[in-house]
Ligand binder design. Structure first.
Ligand SMILES: [Zn+2]
Length: 611
């Protein structure tokens, strides 16, 4: 493979040649003869004439947030604002963000461009100008590295950064250090300056026997889009010698392969990364669907359907652009007549677009027993939190639960009482208990002993009224109450619900494997009652408990895929509210076209004969 075949390389080569001779040479391998022609200052200055176009602001915005691609799937997503007036159930996308906003915890997004007190140059500077600038910032340790980092952060024009390197290279005393090179490489990769990246790669290869993984990552990213994309595969091998490559490393190599129609290679890389238990990024998944559009190949089709099943198994919720690609791919499969619609699901669990019922959230008796056993073992008996309680208290509590017939609702008394800060705690608790008791529900209130002391917040007569309407258990003030809550609810059976605004994340984390955690999350969503409002009339409104499961699902002839809308922030314990509904249209061979119509479970004629 020949490097530097084009005129573009001249600029960088000149710079590198110079710095090579001046500063780097002692530690280098012998120079390629090509470089020796370029080492005088005149050449250097010519090389730094402002020829690189500087990106405008719109490019900057699209370049920098690409960091978002590397965020962990399912974690909170900072993707702008959503309408705060929409009411969200406890587990719905955006609900947590909404709650934190109400609590005044939302500080807003930090600006991408911090107000730099230093004004970065917008045009290349000559040596004298850099000297002056350095003088101005003489208090800064390592001015060169500091200013380069600022340039990277602000996505400065490449030729400005180059003029800095030229100046550093010119001052014989100063080496073009590794960090300076890597920061410059970062800038080149941001700006997709392939020619510069290739030159830098050549330089780095010559100067260092091996690089650290961050530099390989940059090079893989930079080369995968170019004609030199196969080099990124070699770099991936080098990364493997140091660490497990990242999902972005694989994603970039896969992208390079797909862009160059090497489908088999792309799938091999995909399988390899799954073998490392790496979760591909949405971008990687999406590329497979985009590339396969309109291709008639059953094997390929099955691979793509496997991706969707992978999302199901890992309870992953796609982002909007991914489902758009999925929709486009389904609709492009020759001869299959798929139709996709973006839709919502009704409370009953019926898809608003096709009318099919989604999978139930309800746990089967086997699943329930399995989960109950795991929680008892791993969360309640195995957890340090529960050990905060004394063995005597635990024993006392277990006997208390056994003595009572199964409960219908278990209430986290302290959590409920704090629901409205302006209302006395014991009154809030009493209101909830009275309201639920009127429905003839068997209640258990979990509380702490201090609630019985008769204080301004906890009136004695109100707590007595609570105890008349519900069974109560008061733990030591230092005990953790969640495990008590889980124990009583699970012990009472699959019908029993619990009331708390707490999301029990710590307990979910105690569970040993992904399957159990998913089961716990399903159980939690089907059994936890959140309250959405507490009106002046003291009526407490509970949020509806979902009856259907939110995960990728299929019946063969249909797919339902929940996804995250671009502008809604969702926390890892919430589920999306938007769905992609995909159904195969059926055709009546004699006359007219059959289709699944809105709100109906049956096939109905859209055109042609009436039903
Ligand atoms: Zn549907």
């Amino acid at each position: 493979m020949t490097f530097f075949p084009h005129p573009y390389w001249q600029g960088l080569r000149v710079l590198w040649t110079h710095s090579w001779h001046c500063a780097l040479a002692p530690r280098c391998r012998p120079l390629p003869p090509l470089f020796s022609r370029f080492h005088c200052y005149k050449e250097v200055h010519r090389a730094f004439s402002p020829t690189t176009s500087s990106p405008d602001n719109s490019e900057r915005v699209s370049l920098l947030p690409s960091k978002a691609n590397s965020r962990k799937i399912g974690e909170g997503k900072g993707r702008g604002k959503h309408n705060p007036s929409v009411s969200h159930p406890l587990f719905s996308a955006g609900a947590a963000k909404n709650r934190s906003r109400k609590l005044g915890q939302d500080k807003g997004q930090a600006s991408i461009y911090p107000d730099d007190s230093v004004l970065l140059p917008t045009k290349p500077l000559n040596s004298e100008e850099w000297d002056n600038m350095k003088d101005k910032w003489k208090t800064r340790k390592n001015f060169e590295s500091w200013i380069m980092k600022k340039m990277v952060k602000n996505n400065s024009p490449l030729d400005v950064a180059k003029s800095l390197l030229a100046w550093v290279a010119k001052r014989n005393s100063s080496d073009l250090g590794y960090n300076l090179l890597i920061n410059y490489l970062t800038l080149c990769v941001y700006q997709k300056q392939t020619a510069e990246i290739i030159d830098l790669y050549k330089i780095l290869k010559a100067k260092y026997r091996c690089l650290e993984s961050g530099a390989y990552t940059l090079l893989i990213r930079g080369l995968s889009h170019s004609d030199h994309w196969r080099e990124s595969l070699l770099l991936l091998e080098k990364v493997k010698k140091i660490i497990t490559p990242s999902k972005t490393n694989y994603g970039d190599c896969i992208q390079g392969a797909l862009l160059h129609q090497e489908m088999d290679l792309a799938w091999d890389l995909y399988q390899e990364m799954l073998g490392y238990a790496l979760t591909p990024t949405w971008n990687t998944f999406q590329l497979f669907f985009d590339t396969a559009k309109g291709v008639n190949d059953d094997q390929l089709k099955n691979k793509l359907l496997d991706i969707l099943l992978y999302l199901r198994d890992h309870q992953m919720y796609p982002e909007e652009s991914f489902v758009q690609s999925v929709k486009a791919w389904f609709e492009s499969i020759p001869g299959e007549r798929w139709k996709g619609q973006f839709t919502t699901v009704q409370k009953s669990g019926q898809c608003s677009a096709c009318g099919k019922n989604l999978e139930s959230l309800h746990l089967s008796p086997e699943e329930y027993d399995f989960l109950k056993e795991k929680i008892m073992k791993d969360v309640i008996e195995g957890s340090d939190q529960f050990r905060k309680t004394s063995p005597e208290e635990l024993e006392k509590y277990k006997n208390f639960v056994k003595r009572h017939p199964p409960f219908d609702i278990v209430i986290d008394g302290l959590n409920v009482a704090n629901m409205k800060s302006k209302v006395r705690q014991s009154l809030t608790l009493l209101n909830m208990v009275t309201q639920l008791a009127q429905k003839n529900l068997r209640l258990l209130v979990l509380g702490r002993k201090h609630m019985l002391y008769g204080t301004a917040n906890w009136r004695k007569h109100e707590m007595e009224a609570v105890q008349k309407n519900a069974a109560c258990f008061f733990t030591e003030n230092t005990s953790e109450d969640d495990p008590f809550l889980l124990y009583a609810t699970l012990h009472s059976g699959n019908h029993c619900k619990f009331v708390t605004q707490d999301l029990l994340r710590d307990h979910k984390a105690c569970l040993p494997d992904a399957l159990t955690r998913r089961l716990f999350f399903r159980w939690q969503r089907g059994h936890q009652l959140g309250f959405s409002s507490y009106s002046a009339g003291n009526r407490i409104v509970f949020q509806p408990v979902l009856s259907y499961d939110t995960l990728v699902q299929t019946t063969g002839d249909s797919w339902h895929i929940p996804y995250d809308e671009n502008l809604v922030e969702r926390y890892s314990y919430e589920v999306p509210t938007k769905w992609l509904c995909l159904c195969r249209e059926h055709e009546d061979r004699r006359r007219g076209k059959w289709a699944l119509t809105k709100g109906q479970n049956k096939l109905k004629l859209v055109t042609g004969i009436e039903e």
